[in-house]
Design a protein around this ligand. Structure first.
Ligand SMILES: Cc1cc2nc3c(=O)[nH]c(=O)nc-3n(C[C@H](O)[C@H](O)[C@H](O)COP(=O)(O)OP(=O)(O)OC[C@H]3O[C@@H](n4cnc5c(N)ncnc54)[C@H](O)[C@@H]3O)c2cc1C
Length: 474
């Protein structure tokens, strides 16, 4: 089979095992059996490769990655053994940038740093995540990652997909050459774009990414509070989100997570972005500051536009990322993991993520924190938590587990991760992204067997020979 592959790609773009040993992964998940890594640079090569692997009797399937920096969930590893990695980082063109209509067409290798740089000084921003500037816009969006402005999948207006038979389809909205249409992603009839996120139904070779209007004014309100005020402070913040005072994703670092990320330790730390015109942002910030004081729940209330800045690494990252600038993200990453993006998987501190959705209420958030206390009692591992408010009803409750890279500490960290899955799921706090060791939780968490079967029927129909390998969600 590799001989056929070599007729599609130059020799330098094919690394066959054992010449391509794993580089390790920051989560210390078991390294899967991966037979080769293929690095196409053209869409036509991807189509040819998918055709090769989609032939009858092919012994293994392709595991597509964009930049492979899915740290904490498995990095570049597939969920199952016996795969060939299709590394798309060499497809790295920004094909189109339309500031007027607010979209970019980007390939999987385009990083958030590269796209944000193109937008610097323009009237548009990219919804950036808190991860490295060297992570992929497309890869993160396809895994339903979370940016500082909203969940990344909401940025994907359309996708260019290589289907398992090698054909190329453009689903959702796609720019036309000879007329200018509005960026409306729903089209007519059943929508196809969602079929390709957290999916092994196709390989995505480009995406239409929505660009947000740059706020004329943006300020960040920082609030601190103690553990005793957790439920009350959460309800107060929910009110501001539900009444439309908050721009972007409200974030709360607990004491442990602020420490894990290398920030200043002490109390819970909330960040609230307020934006609009200069006058409206000033007025809304004043309302939040006054109301925050009025609750008596917050120990510190700080408006970034008033008074001095902060040298805290977490604060600096969050404040610039709200404005669409990921340039401080890598400093946070290094403070967190002691390595640059290039070396995180090979050496440095270990890191795991557990990502459940929790209803936005003081009581439920306090309950989720109590579960982390139970995990600590049972395993000795103290996990940190960052709350991302995706709406006034939903919290992305990011649980992070940091550990020394040795077998003993890794074993304890993975036991803690296992307990998180069990305890949180029991309470109805269901993960929205899975790591490579918990792929089978798709079955465990499914609430309707017919719906699950429908997904599998689609896979069998579209990809009868398994050109695209089973992944985290299959
Ligand atoms: C300190 C720190 C902070 C972080 N902060 C955040 C954060 O704020 N938000 C967040 O979401 N994550 C965060 N992460 C996690 C992670 O680093 C990001 O989610 C990162 O963007 C994922 O890596 P990637 O972009 O290289 O995607 P990849 O690893 O390339 O892709 C992710 C998965 O999507 C699928 N996929 C990728 N490309 C394709 C394709 N072209 N076709 C089909 N399927 C594909 C594959 O299943 C792949 O495994 C953080 C991690 C750390 C360590």
């Amino acid at each position: 089979m590799l001989d056929t592959v070599r007729s599609v790609l130059p020799a330098s773009a094919v690394a066959a095992a054992p010449e391509a040993p794993g580089e390790g992964n920051v989560g210390m998940y078991r390294e899967r059996i991966v037979h080769a890594t293929l690095r196409p640079t053209e869409v036509s090569q991807v189509q040819e490769l998918v055709k090769v692997f989609g032939g009858p009797g092919t012994p293994c399937g392709l595991h597509a990655i964009s930049t492979g920096r899915n740290w904490g969930l498995g990095s570049r590893e597939p969920a199952t053994d016996n795969a060939v990695t299709l590394d798309l980082s060499g497809l790295s063109r920004i094909r189109t940038l339309d500031l007027d209509r607010g979209f970019a067409v980007v390939e999987p290798g385009v990083t958030q740093g590269a796209l944000a740089k193109q937008l610097s000084g323009t009237g548009r921003i990219l919804n950036v995540t808190a991860s490295s500037a060297h992570t992929s816009v497309v890869g993160n969006g396809l895994d339903r990652g979370v940016g500082l402005r909203r969940q990344r999948v909401d940025d994907l207006a359309g996708l260019e997909v290589v289907l398992p038979d090698g054909d190329l389809a453009h689903v959702g909205w796609w720019p036309e050459e000879h007329r200018s249409t509005a960026v409306y992603s729903h089209g007519l009839g059943p929508e196809l774009t969602p079929l390709f996120s957290q999916s092994n139904l196709g390989v995505v070779t480009a995406a239409v990414v929505r660009l947000l209007p740059r706020p004329e004014a943006q300020r960040t309100i920082r609030l601190s509070f103690t553990r005793n005020s957790l439920a009350g402070a959460t309800d107060a913040m929910r009110r501001w989100v539900s009444q439309g005072l908050v721009g972007g994703v409200l974030k709360v670092y607990d004491v442990v997570s602020a420490e894990l990320y290398g920030g200043r330790v002490g109390e819970f730390l909330a960040h609230i972005s307020v934006d609009g015109t200069d006058a409206s942002a000033r007025a809304v910030a004043r309302v939040i500051v006054e109301e925050a004081h009025g609750t008596g729940l917050f120990t510190e209330v700080h408006d970034s536009a008033v008074g001095t800045g902060s040298d805290d690494v977490v604060v600096r990252m969050v404040e610039s990322a709200y404005a669409g600038d990921p340039d401080n993200n890598d400093a946070l990453l290094e403070a967190t993991l002691g390595q640059t993006a290039e070396h995180i998987d090979a050496e440095g501190t270990g890191w795991l993520f557990f990502l459940p959705m929790v209803p936005f209420s003081g009581q439920r958030i306090a309950e989720a924190h109590e579960l982390l206390g139970r995990v600590f009692e049972e395993t000795g591992v103290r996990a940190g938590c960052t709350v991302n408010a995706l709406s006034s009803d939903i919290i992305d409750f990011v649980v992070s587990i940091k550990f020394q890279r040795n077998d003993l500490a890794a074993g304890q960290a993975h036991s803690a991760l296992e307990r998180c899955y069990e305890l949180f799921a029991e309470r109805g706090f269901i993960p929205y992204r899975l790591d490579i060791d918990h792929a089978e939780w798709v079955d465990r968490l499914s609430t309707d067997s017919r719906a699950l079967q429908l997904t599998r029927d689609l896979k069998t129909f579209l990809d009868p020979n398994g050109a695209i390998a089973p992944g985290r969600y299959a």
